[in-house]
Design a protein around this ligand. Sequence first.
Ligand code: SF4
Length: 320
Amino acid sequence: MHIQLLTEKIPVGISQCALGDPVRYDGGHKLSKVCTQLLSQCLELQPFCPEVAIGLGVPRPPIRLVASDRLRAVGRDDPGIDVTEALEGYADRLVPKAAQLRGFILMQKSPSCGVRTVPHYKADGSMPLAHGAGLFAARLREHFPHLPIEEVGRLNASDIRENFLTRVFAYDAWYRYVDPDPRPARVIEFYTAYKYLLLAHSQPLTRDLGRLLADAGQCEPQQFACEVRGRIMEILAHTASREDRTNALMHSQGHLNEFLNKEERAELTQLIADFQRGLKPLSAVLTMLRHYLPRSPNPFIHSQVLLAAEPAELGLCDFR
Ligand code: SF4
């Protein structure tokens, strides 16, 4: 299986205020240039504003999350306003449309869109009891547990941006290559193409996944495919450490050594060692590995997504 990571722009949902549209409760916006100028080069950003969609209008009374019988979205200044069911119902109605998306970028701290640090207040409105997801984000996660989701603000960090794009590319590739034909053989082909990239993100979890794949024949195909997709997305959510990346690059070199002369082998080994010590960029190693790739007739190494153009090389991770 030769997986092409980018064929056309990949559809990804985004909180509408991040595109600069004045849809916030106070009539303002939260434009993200990282999204509109950088990520838009490879992502087709589709805007959603849950609070406007449920008819709250602009401007509108601000809401916040309060823990009572359950977590509820109520008016900050008027507790009589309760849009809990409306927000969750909107997320439910969005399911057919969201099923076509390969990621979602959501605005941090919003009681609707926030993913991780939204305050959950006590019923009396005093101190926050905890922090967590907004109601729309939580419901979206329930419907699509493997969908890559990230907060707008966190995407300003290049390592988080790269990780998000890696997950979006993988999720999109799954839907193009496996979803139409989720037989175990196809699932294993996909895993095989991703194997060294997965190793670069987590060696122990990739080995666990390898053991699961060895039992492919025991499982119901749809359930098996869903389990593997979830594991792959979980592994890719781990940041690829320099050590794990080095290990994966050395595995790749192992497939090429027999086609290199002594000097070429030594030069490649030195380059990987320099990457490990932070002296050379990943792109330098990948360029050299790709240069030698045509010498090998081995389809396994040719299929490796690790050796495909990764987000940093596409110029999607450097932004000033
Ligand atoms: S954070 Fe979400 S609900 Fe709030 S304005 Fe932005 S898109 Fe709308």
